[in-house]
Every structure is written in C-alpha cells, then in structure tokens.
Ligand binder design. Structure first.
Ligand code: URA
Length: 275
C-alpha cells in the first residue's frame, strides 16, 4: 500500500459529496407534543446538526419538520425513536441508538463478520462494539475501500437492494493503453455470463504507459462485477478501490480506519433510498 497522500488511487479522488434531494417544507405550525418526549432542539443538536442555539434558529426559521409538519415552537417535545425529523427536507439521524459508519477495508480482509478459517474480517477492524452492525454489501477479499456499516436495518436493506440502484464508484488499475472507445463500450453494456452490465459513468483518470487508472460507476451489487466487466472488455483489473457509495465518499480515511458519518451524509443516504 502506497503512503497516504502519494497513493495515485486515493489522490485521484476529489470533489464534494453529492447534495441530497431536499423537499420544501409544507408550511403551517404544529402543536405536536409527545408526553415524556425530548425537546426538539436537543434532538437536533444530539444528531450533530449544530449547537443548541443554531438548532433553535433553524426551528424559528421554519426549517424543521416533524412527521411532515413544520414545527416552529421552542420546547416542542418529540419522540426521535418514532418520529421522522427533517431539516430543510433532509431526514436527520435522530435515534441515538443507531450508528452509521464508514470503513476503509484494506485488501486481504473478508467482507463478513466472522470466518471459520480464521481469516481477517470486518469484525477484526471494528473492535469491540456494543451494537450489532450490518455491512452494506460486500467487497472482494482483494478489493479495498469504502464499506458502510450500520445497525439501521431498513437503511442497510434499502442501500443493498437492487431496486434502489445505489451507485458505487471505483478506481481501477488496468493495463494500458486505454482505447478511445472503452468508455462507450462500458456505458452501452458488456455481456457477462450472468447477464449484461452497464456502467453509469466511466473516465480515464491517469495514463502511465503500460498502466492506466480509470474511474467507473455502477449501480450493481453482483459479485466481482467491476473486475468481470473490465476483463470482458479486455482490461483485467489489478488494484481496485471503492471510493464512493451513493452520496458518501471514502475521502482521506486511512486503510482499516472507521469514521462516523455526518448527519448530512446520513440524510443524503436516506434521500437516496426514499426514506
Ligand atoms: N466489483 C468487483 O469486481 N469487486 C468488488 O469488490 C466490488 C465490485
């Protein structure tokens, strides 16, 4: 593994996270009050939206919705376990028991939580955690990069379900030179033994004589799909790194490290799967 910052596969990754699809507030004011509930500004602050003061300003500005209604009243008590809370239309991760993590899987790690043959698994990278986390999809043993983990079962299920077509972006090292028509071939479809696959996007990031670095986006979860489609197009992949899942980027996360997703990232993930 090349040193951080010098690694061409990681250096090639750039740009801000894709914004979520924000719905406009419906207007009106709510008298919603859940007996024994938690004050709305406290829930917002605990979810990482900002300081208590900032959250009060958001409420006053009519930017906060609870179960589809704008709530402007300070001190409204809500149930974050049951109610859907949105800021500027984007759902916030309000439940404190739910955890959302990004992990940079190194090569040589199984995308499972245990292995009866004693190989390294995701559980070895996560250490002791109280929550039972689900990994969203898998990466091959030798593939590196972003894996999302959460105990939010509905979100994990939707992110992995083909129906939602969540896009995943990879950087792949392939033998060069790259023919001019490779992008067109991949984005019009490549026939595999279990059916055709189409790349959503393709670009050449770097050409270095006999090797090239390409970025490819797919919305598929089939096994080895990126390696298989590039091999079928005549370019067997060496190193493969997943750099983005839906709106979440790997960024500068070190190999084997985890980080908590921000409230905005979780909101964008909800939006990506209609939650
Ligand atoms: N495609 C592959 O070929 N491998 C992965 O790990 C993920 C997508």
């Amino acid at each position: 593994m090349a040193a951080r910052g010098r690694d061409p596969l990681r250096r090639a990754e750039a740009g801000p996270s894709r914004a979520g699809r924000d719905a406009a507030p419906r207007g009106g004011d709510s008298l919603a009050e859940v007996p024994g509930g938690i004050r709305l500004q406290k829930v917002l602050a605990a979810a990482g939206i900002g300081s208590r003061r900032h959250c009060e300003e958001l409420i006053a500005a009519g930017r906060v919705m609870v179960d589809g209604e704008v709530v402007r009243r300070f001190g409204a008590r809500v149930d974050p376990g049951r109610q859907v809370i949105r800021v500027d239309g984007k759902r916030i991760p309000a439940r404190e028991d739910l955890v959302y993590l990004a992990l940079n899987k190194p090569p040589g790690v199984l995308s499972t939580m245990s292995d009866d043959r004693g190989r390294r698994t995701l559980a070895d990278l996560l250490g002791d955690r109280a929550e039972r986390l689900f990994h969203v999809g898998r990466l091959d043993y030798d593939t590196e990069g972003l894996i999302l983990l959460t105990n939010d079962g509905e979100l994990a299920h939707r992110l992995a379900h083909p129906r939602y077509g969540v896009r995943k972006t990879y950087l792949a090292e392939i033998p060069g030179p790259v023919p001019r028509d490779l992008g067109r071939r991949l984005t019009t479809g490549v026939e595999l033994d279990d059916g055709a696959v189409i790349a959503d996007r393709f670009r050449v990031v770097e050409r270095a004589g006999s090797r090239a670095l390409v970025e490819i986006t797919v919305h598929e979860g089939r096994k080895h799909v990126v390696r298989r489609m590039l091999a079928a197009a005549g370019h067997p992949v060496g190193r493969l790194v997943r750099i983005q899942v839906g709106p979440v980027r790997l960024g500068s996360l070190r190999p084997a490290a985890t980080r908590r997703l921000t409230a905005a990232e979780v909101g964008d993930l909800y939006a990506a799967v209609g939650m």
